[in-house]
Write a protein that binds this ligand. Structure first.
Ligand SMILES: [Zn+2]
Ligand SMILES: [Zn+2]
Length: 331
């Protein structure tokens, strides 16, 4: 360990008196063997900076270690290396407070540091070659551009200051899926974002106490796996043909068209004409179920009870028989 010189003594005194001038900094220890200062920006954005005086300080750079309960190890390791480069510029001078200020500025200027691990997971495990991710540190936003075949979906996610305690914002900024589906996409991602920060309304007695969870990765995973990778090749369970046209320009906008794309609450897609025909056909007992997943069909156009569907079917059949008899008679 370094010899306790007047220089070090003076620097320790300065740290003790001046650390408060850097906003959000707490002094943990300030002795020749170890100096520790904690920088707290928000609940999860906190870093403890640890300093050891080397031999022949300040002609040698001070030794730095960064610790955090929440920030990713990889981020801290990278930041430590940058700090080491900074200390080289401070040779011959007091180094502790300038480095603390440097780390503090880093947290303020890079608000997305709080989700660095999620961003790296998204890059490595969720996105593919044709997709893009861009970080906008100034506005604390993550922009993703997803692509599958000829279909696109771009979204902008806003990471709040007190992430993950506050709710993540999501906007779909551009897409070429049927416009009618955008509402469903948004309500799903908003629900994911909400569930990450709000405890469930009905709490089960055995549930552990609610903890807010990071929402960035779950939202991107949903957009990628449940929408962009899935829907361009989704097959209509009634006619067994793709629900969406291979060219998004051919997406049907007229809700009265048989090829208009309908989505059930179970997330499965149908052609409106196919769903219509399926809903009017028996069996009706127990309600009509999605042929793909067996969930009860719940759709605003189909609020029929099984009894009413049965009665309508019987009525149509009677009409058909009557007509058939008339046709027979004419032959
Ligand atoms: Zn169909
Ligand atoms: Zn289904």
């Amino acid at each position: 360990m370094a010899e306790l010189t007047d220089f070090i003594r003076r620097e320790l005194d300065k740290v003790k008196t001046k650390y408060k001038e850097i906003d959000g900094v707490e002094l943990i220890s300030c002795v020749p063997a170890l100096v520790q200062l904690k920088i707290v920006q928000t609940t999860k954005k906190e870093i403890v900076t640890c300093f050891l005086f080397p031999e022949d300080y300040p002609r040698n750079p001070i030794l730095i270690e960064l610790k955090s309960k929440y920030l990713a190890y990889k981020l801290l390791d990278g930041l430590r290396k940058v700090c080491e480069e900074e200390t080289k510029k401070l040779i011959g001078q007091q180094q502790i407070l300038p480095i603390v200020q440097f780390v503090k500025n880093f947290i303020v200027d890079n608000p997305l540091c709080v989700c660095s691990e999620e961003i790296s997971n998204i890059k490595k495990r969720v996105l593919q070659e044709n997709d893009e991710i861009r970080l906008k540190q100034k506005t604390s936003q993550v922009v993703i551009k997803l692509k599958q075949d000829a279909y696109y979906l771009n979204a902008r996610l806003t990471v709040p200051n007190d992430y993950p305690l506050e709710r993540t914002g999501v906007e779909i900024t551009y897409h070429n899926f049927p416009e009618s589906l955008k509402r469903h996409f948004l309500s799903q991602v908003e629900e994911i974002a909400r569930k990450c920060v709000q405890p469930p309304l009905k709490k089960k007695p055995k549930d552990p106490p609610f903890e807010p969870k990071p929402a960035l990765q779950p939202i991107v995973e949903y957009l990628v796996k449940d929408i962009v990778r899935k829907y361009p090749s989704e097959i209509c369970p009634v006619c067994n043909k793709p629900v969406l046209p291979s060219d998004p320009k051919d997406v049907v906008k007229d809700p009265c068209s048989d090829k208009f794309v309908d989505r059930l609450y179970c997330c499965h897609l149908f052609h409106r004409g196919c769903l219509d025909a399926y809903m009017k056909k028996p069996p009706f007992t127990g309600g009509k179920k999605c042929p793909k997943c067996g969930c009860l069909v719940f759709h605003e156009n189909w609020k029929l009870t099984p009894e009413l569907s049965e009665a309508r079917w019987a009525h149509q059949e009677a009409r058909r028989r009557e007509l058939a008899e008339v046709v027979d008679f004419l032959q």
